[in-house]
Design a binder for this molecule. Structure first.
Ligand code: AP5
Length: 210
C-alpha cells in the first residue's frame, strides 16, 4: 500500500532536508510546492510570473494556483510520497482530501516539525541551496565539503531570495496565521517531533513514526 505523508511546520524547520533523506534512503518521492514554484519562476511560466511577487514578500501564493499545480503533480506519481510544504491552508487541505480520494489514496500521517522563530532565523540565514540539484546545506550546521560548492554536482551554491531576515519573519507570521490552523484540522493523526534536534536524530524519529 503506497503511503502519503504530510510534512507540516514553519519555514526552515527542516522539512526539505528530511524529505531529501527519505527520498535518498527509503525511495519516497518529495513533492515540494516551494520547489515547484521556484522552478516555475525560473522558467517564467504563467504560474511563475503570478507567484513571484507573493514569494518575494513571504506571502502564500493563492490557493487556486497551488491546487492546480499539485493536482497535476499528484496524478503523475504512484509511489510513496512526502508532501513538503503542502497543504498550507485549510482550503488546500480540503482540496487535498478530494484529490487523494479521486486517486484512491489517503493521508497516512502528518508530521509536525516543532521549532522556535529564533532558531528558524538562524537556520534560514545560513542556508545555501544548489540551484542545479536542489541539495540543501547550512554554512555551520551542514556545510558542503568545499566552500559554497555542491558536494553532489559541483555547482556553486546560492542563497534563496526569501532567506533575508525581514522576509523570514514575515513567513513565520504567515505560518502562524494561515498554516498553524492545520494542526487542529489534522489533530487525529498528527505526530509532533522536536525539529531542533540534530538532523540524524530527527530522521530517526520520523522513520520510527512512519
Ligand atoms: P517553501 O520553499 O516551501 O519554504 P518553507 O516552507 O518556508 O520551507 P523552507 O524551504 O524555507 O524550509 P524547510 O522546512 O524545508 O527547511 P530546510 O530543510 O531547507 O516555500 C517558499 C514560498 O513558496 C512560500 O513562502 C510561499 O510563497 C510559496 N509556497 C510554497 N508552498 C505553498 C503553498 N502550499 N501554498 C501557498 N504558497 C506556497 O532547512 C533549513 C536550513 O536548516 C538548511 O540550511 C538546513 O541545512 C538546516 N537544517 C535542517 N535540519 C537541520 C537540523 N536538524 N539541525 C540543524 N540545521 C538543520
Amino acid at each position: 500500500m503506497v503511503k502519503t505523508i504530510v510534512f507540516l511546520g514553519p519555514p526552515g524547520a527542516g522539512k526539505g532536508t528530511q524529505s531529501q533523506l527519505l527520498q535518498e534512503r527509503l525511495g519516497f518521492i518529495q513533492i515540494s510546492t516551494g520547489d515547484l514554484l521556484r522552478e516555475a519562476v525560473k522558467n517564467q511560466t504563467p504560474l511563475g510570473i503570478k507567484a513571484k511577487s507573493y514569494m518575494d514578500e513571504g506571502k502564500l501564493v493563492p490557493d487556486e494556483l497551488i491546487i492546480d499545480l499539485i493536482k497535476e503533480k499528484l496524478s503523475q506519481i504512484g509511489n510513496n510520497i512526502i508532501l513538503d510544504g503542502f497543504p498550507r491552508t485549510v482550503p488546500q487541505a480540503k482540496a487535498l482530501d478530494n484529490l487523494l480520494a479521486n486517486l484512491g489514496r489517503k493521508i497516512d500521517g502528518v508530521i509536525l516539525f516543532d521549532i522556535t522563530e529564533d532558531e528558524v532565523v538562524k537556520r534560514l540565514s545560513g542556508r545555501r541551496v544548489c540551484p542545479s540539484c536542489g541539495t540543501v546545506y547550512h554554512i555551520i550546521y551542514n556545510p558542503p565539503r568545499e566552500d559554497e560548492i555542491c558536494d553532489k554536482c559541483g555547482t556553486k551554491l546560492i542563497q534563496r531570495e526569501d532567506d533575508r531576515e525581514e522576509v523570514i519573519r514575515k513567513r513565520f507570521e504567515v505560518y502562524r496565521d494561515q498554516t498553524a490552523p492545520l494542526i487542529d484540522y489534522y489533530k487525529d493523526y498528527i505526530v509532533k517531533i522536536d525539529a531542533t534536534a540534530d538532523k540524524e536524530e530527527v530522521y530517526n524519529k520520523i522513520t520510527s513514526v512512519l
